[in-house]
Design a binder for this molecule. Structure first.
Ligand SMILES: [Zn+2]
Length: 183
């Protein structure tokens, strides 16, 4: 298993072996690999788990993105890392955004709204951010094909099957795990 400690930054770790640190690599918010059978994981409770993967080269990245990570460009980091290390271009990538806080529940201030002018509604002092929409938008700008982008319909705040930090200040987290099978 490989993963990051999750600090809402934009560092993505390239890894080819299981992490010795159960907490994940310090100072990172995601990991990428082209090693088959190596599972990546992220923990979330309202932030979005985002998978980027190419089935031909069997390379993938799994990152944790809230508004801060998205504004800091974590998706771009993951896409560029896959290109540089595994030779996977953005056109080859599939993207899945897992359950996370949706626009119905993601009230943000003007400072956050300003980072995502095309994916917020409301105002002048109360805004709602469409986090999956913002991530999809960023992916398209990075060159990922819209037909390869999938957004899970679940809002982690509305849907009580999920842990939600915003709803209950929980310490619990969803785990997203992804790997290519070792053939
Ligand atoms: Zn909701």
């Amino acid at each position: 298993m490989g993963g990051g400690q999750q600090v809402h930054g934009r560092r993505v770790l390239w890894t080819r072996r299981p992490s010795k640190n159960p907490e994940g690599a310090p100072g990172t918010d995601g990991a990428a690999t082209d090693r088959r059978g190596l599972a990546l994981r992220v923990f979330t409770a309202d932030c979005a788990p985002v998978l980027l993967a190419d089935g031909r080269k069997r390379a993938l990245a799994l990152v944790h993105a809230g508004w801060r990570g998205a504004a800091n460009g974590i998706l771009g980091r993951a896409v560029k890392l896959l290109e540089r290390k595994a030779g996977v271009g953005p056109k080859d990538l599939w993207m899945v955004v897992g359950p996370c806080i949706h626009q119905c529940c993601y009230e943000v201030g003007g400072d956050v709204a300003r980072c995502f002018p095309r994916n917020t509604t409301g105002g002048p002092d109360k805004f709602f951010l469409d986090l999956p929409g913002a991530l999809a938008e960023q992916a398209k700008v990075l060159g990922v094909s819209p037909r390869k982008i999938f957004l899970a319909p679940h809002c982690t705040v509305c849907d009580r099957r999920f842990f939600s930090f915003r709803r209950e200040k929980t310490e619990s987290r969803q785990a997203a795990v992804a790997a290519f099978r070792q053939l």
